[in-house]
Design a protein around this ligand. Structure first.
Ligand SMILES: [Zn+2]
Length: 409
């Protein structure tokens, strides 16, 4: 039997911070013992003393086929013209980057090439390590509106049943492009929402009938009103949020995936996009509004889920989710809630296996070089990841029990 004992100076169990030393025994990929203090090494063949342990993270909004490290717009445009194999190779690299950041669950929010569907099939049939994965498959957009690279288009209400029948078989959730993107120079969202309430409601009812969920790409108040009235299950991005919209989200338990990173990048590195001072000011106002409403969302009881839109401009896979957590913590929202947004909350909402540190759960333990409750930036420093029977990275301190080493020699 394979057994590993992790002794963490402190941990976050998926719900709460436990500031005292905690021992976690993993046997054959499951947590079989967990206790305050230092357990005797018992049958463990590996003992790791680590500063901090928490559940593996979930990246709830990424696009595996896109290379978030690439900041040259011309190269990014060329990337979309690559053959399927080229995009698949990018997706494999994205998976490696996600794993290196301590991410054990991913949710791909759409691609027009079906790379996400191919990856999902690979992960569910492979004997190699596989994170938990949800995939939108093809997103749905209004004909000729924003989002061609993420999915298929529809002309509207009468055509929607045809498109939904096309999209549903490979969609764990149906992603709709409900608004365009933000015009950072004017600080507004371009154009009217892509779908009206009747269309959004048809999409929601169809998803529900098929036992699935919906996710809506939206920024701007008009789109937020359509999405919340139709009761779509998640708001992705949700820039220009208001308290009135949050109140409806709380009442209908609509989740919010705020994706700070792509906008933060444009504000932090305006030279990449050639933004002038006035545009940087607009970006700051947009981000300030986002900060304020994130705190309000937690206070009001809106389910918040961390996701970074990794793959999009300025948002590299893996690192961005961690940066999103740092940005979320800088709003002053409670860190326990923020870490739950990247662990227990999305897994609970979407029926994924629990990653909580608890006896009986499958092992899903991320060890960090320090406690984020002391300094949030430690989320950038993963040291080891245990998921089911797999272990990655080197714990800060590890020793093989002498008896095992002796028996093996
Ligand atoms: Zn996206």
């Amino acid at each position: 039997m394979d057994a590993a004992l992790i002794i963490a100076d402190a941990c976050f169990d998926g719900e709460r911070h436990r500031p005292e030393p905690t021992s976690i025994l993993i046997e054959d990929g499951c947590i079989t013992q967990m206790a305050s203090g230092v357990l005797s090494t018992g049958t463990a063949s590996t003992v790791a003393r680590v500063p901090f342990a928490m559940p593996g993270l979930m990246e709830a909004h990424c696009h595996l086929f896109l290379d978030g490290d690439e900041t040259d717009q011309a190269i990014r445009a060329d990337h979309l013209r690559k053959p399927f194999e080229g995009l698949l190779a990018t997706a494999h690299r994205s998976l490696e980057q996600l794993q290196a950041a301590g991410i054990t669950a991913i949710r791909d929010a759409g691609d027009a090439h079906g790379v996400n569907t191919a990856i999902k099939t690979e992960l569910t049939t492979s004997t190699a390590y596989a994170p938990d994965m949800l995939s939108a498959g093809l997103a749905i957009r209004r004909a000729k509106r924003y989002g061609a690279f993420l999915g298929v288009e529809t002309t509207g209400l009468e055509d929607l049943p045809r498109v939904l029948a096309q999209v549903a078989p490979t969609a764990d959730f149906i992603k709709i492009m409900l608004s365009g993107i933000i015009d950072f120079e004017s600080g507004t969202v371009k154009g009217a929402p892509q779908f009206d309430v009747a269309e959004a409601t048809l999409i929601q009812e169809t998803a529900q009938r098929l036992g699935g969920r919906t996710a809506a790409h939206i920024s701007g108040l008009d789109g937020l009103k359509v999405a919340t009235e139709a009761g779509l299950n998640t708001i992705e991005h949700g820039f220009f949020m208001t308290r009135e919209i949050l109140a409806v989200m709380r009442d209908k338990q609509i989740a919010w995936v705020p994706t700070f990173m792509p906008v933060h990048f444009q504000w932090a590195y305006p030279e990449y996009c050639g933004w002038n001072e006035a545009t940087v000011g607009q970006l700051r106002r947009i981000l300030d509004n986002h900060d304020e409403h994130l705190v309000a969302a937690y206070d009001m009881g809106v389910p918040v889920v961390a996701g970074s839109d990794a793959g999009s401009y300025g948002s590299p896979h893996g690192r961005s989710l961690v940066e999103d957590l740092v940005l979320m913590s800088r709003t002053g929202a409670p860190l326990e809630k923020i870490l739950a947004s990247a662990t227990s909350v999305p897994r609970g909402l979407w029926g994924l296996p629990s990653a909580n540190l608890a006896v009986g759960a499958e092992a899903n333990v991320l060890c960090l070089a320090g406690s984020p409750f002391r300094n949030v930036e430690y989320v950038r420093q993963p040291r080891a990841l245990y998921h089911r029977g797999w272990r990655f990275g080197a714990p800060v301190a590890e020793r093989r029990r002498e008896t095992v080493a002796a028996a093996a020699s």
